[in-house]
Design a protein around this ligand. Structure first.
Ligand code: NDP
Ligand code: BG6
Length: 487
């Protein structure tokens, strides 16, 4: 039997994502193979019913019911544990280890997690224990390295799971199938054929009550340094021999080691930061970010971050990777866009300005779109833009369900490896420094808009498309007119 200890049982992550993910996993086809007991732990005294009600409510939100969920509810228990108190966590670990394997999930504020790990000694951690840590992992390269050193003193790296739930999203994992199972794409997946790669994660969501965490993190640490760099790694890595812990993570690590700011000497030219001011997102009026409860305007926290990166490998030399994420945006836009280079020569007689072929991998809505130029629809020789779209099913498991499955099986394929966690901080550190020194202005954008004014670091793919479409149409009209007048 495996005991899953959730430290931070009363927290937001536990109730909103972790427990629903667990319930979802239990009712999936994987559920029956899991011999699991759940222990919730937090620093406050609560009675057993408080915890059972929380688990039940999470299962209800996930729409999960059945014997597996009932079994979980019937056997789960709550154990008041202050991880900052001497010996409390070690006692809980020892107690749970009597029943079999232990998975210890730190759903705690990151500083509390780090302190709890530091306070443990190797003898406190029963053999085979899996330690699961949430993002952010450290707050810079140095602190991430320190935390890694603490963890490797306790358990082998293979038993450490640094969670990035984007790696559990089925659409993100689909990048693997798309790239490596189709002869069509991989031969073109390089600087020879690709002009640029954009990874955009714009949310219409505001703070959602998380000011305490977010105002200290900001968009760069919250999204770019973690989730978006993981996406970059999957998009840019070389084909792994197997989708396994070693091969997949080696390939990702290789890419991240080669990733740097587009111009390391001039971070201001390749990074941008902004925060929202009063506006309207959908039906919701939002005030200035700076006036949100729990926000300290003096911190100058950004709610939108954009960076342009280079990947110094044979495959990607010279191709800009633009990563951007913003909150309180007018339009949800969550996608990776691969823009291919123009064809070397457009046969004379095909009318219009060709737009580049684009592949859009959507992370919500979950869909893949291939944008192409074709001809023959209206004017037989006029180029027209068309797109092939396929909707992707949401996958059997939620991202947290998928992550938990790996963790409970002791499989770290979808976990962020220690060296990679350090590299992700290294990549953004010149930006953090430039922003701290005020070398990049903190711009503003009204909530509900498309971000700060101006075209961004790289012209926006969508904006450019409109210009291209307009140009193409004008040219086609002119050409038709010319043909008409010679006739
Ligand atoms: P919360 O603050 O909501 O929850 C943390 C919980 O830990 C609280 O119940 C808190 O108790 C408890 N706690 C604090 N100190 C101790 C202690 N010494 N011993 C035992 N329990 C303690 O945080 P979140 O749930 O939002 O975040 C947890 C982790 O998950 C963070 O690393 C966060 O970055 C990460 N994460 C969160 C996401 C989210 O959407 N919430 C998304 C992705 C990652 P008390 O209330 O008494 O302080
Ligand atoms: C979390 C960030 O890790 O990811 C949030 O802390 C963000 O700020 C969220 O909203 C986005 O992930 P998802 O799965 O909710 O789209």
């Amino acid at each position: 039997m495996t005991t899953l200890i959730v430290l931070g049982a009363g927290g937001d992550l536990t109730s909103r994502l972790l427990l629903p993910g667990l319930a979802d996993l239990l009712v999936s086809h994987h559920g029956e193979s899991l011999d699991l007991r759940l222990v919730g732990a937090d620093r406050d005294e609560h009675d057993q019913q408080w915890w059972v009600d929380r688990v039940r409510e999470a299962a209800r939100t996930a729409g999960a019911e059945g014997p597996q969920v009932e079994q979980l509810l019937g056997t789960t228990r709550y154990a008041a544990t202050d991880v900052a108190a001497d010996g409390d966590l070690a006692r809980l670990l020892a107690e749970c280890a009597r029943d079999g394997d232990v998975v210890c999930y730190f759903a705690l504020p990151p500083s509390v997690t780090a302190a709890a790990c530091r306070a443990l000694s190797p003898e406190d951690v029963p053999e085979g224990t899996q330690l699961v840590l949430e993002k952010p992992f450290g707050h810079d390269q140095e602190s991430a390295a320190e935390l890694n050193a603490v963890l490797t003193r306790l358990v082998p790296e293979s038993d450490v799971h640094r969670v990035d739930h984007f790696l559990g999203k089925s659409t993100v994992l689909n990048i693997l199938g798309l790239r490596f199972a189709n002869r069509l794409f991989e031969p073109l997946w390089s600087a020879t054929h690709v002009e640029r790669v954009d990874v955009v994660f714009d949310e219409d969501l505001g703070l959602a009550g998380r000011a305490g965490y977010y105002d200290r993190a900001g968009a760069l640490a919250d999204m770019v340094q973690s989730h978006l760099l993981q996406l970059l790694a999957l998009l840019a890595m070389d084909p792994p021999a197997t989708i396994s812990e070693r091969d997949l993570r080696d390939r990702k690590a290789e890419v991240l080691r080669a990733t740097r700011l587009w111009d390391v000497d001039d971070p201001a030219s390749c990074s941008r930061r902004a925060r929202w001011t009063a506006g309207r997102v959908g039906d919701l009026d939002l005030g200035d970010y700076a006036d949100e409860p729990g926000v300290d305007p003096e911190r100058g926290t950004e709610t939108l971050a954009e960076v342009v990166l280079a990947v110094d490998t044979w495959r990607w030399a010279g191709v800009p990777f633009r990563l951007r994420s913003g909150k309180a945006m007018g339009r949800r836009r969550k996608e990776a866009v691969i823009t291919f280079k123009h064809v070397p020569h457009l046969p004379t007689g095909l009318l219009g300005t060709p737009s580049p072929t684009r592949l859009r991998i959507g992370f919500g809505p979950d869909e893949i779109t291939l944008e192409l130029d074709l001809n023959g629809q209206d004017d037989a020789f006029g180029l027209e833009r068309t797109s092939l779209t396929t909707q992707l099913s949401p996958g059997e498991l939620t991202a947290y369900g998928q992550v938990l499955l790996g963790v409970l099986r002791g499989d770290s394929t979808l976990s962020v490896r220690g060296d990679t966690a350090e590299q992700c901080w290294r990549v953004v550190e010149p930006v953090v420094e430039a922003w701290r020194e005020g070398r990049v202005p903190l711009e503003t954008y009204p909530a509900g808009s498309g971000g700060p004014r101006g075209s961004g670091l790289l012209e926006d793919v969508d904006a450019r498309e409109c210009v291209e479409d307009a140009q193409a149409q004008a040219q086609r009209e002119a050409a038709t007119h010319e043909i008409g007048s010679t006739e």
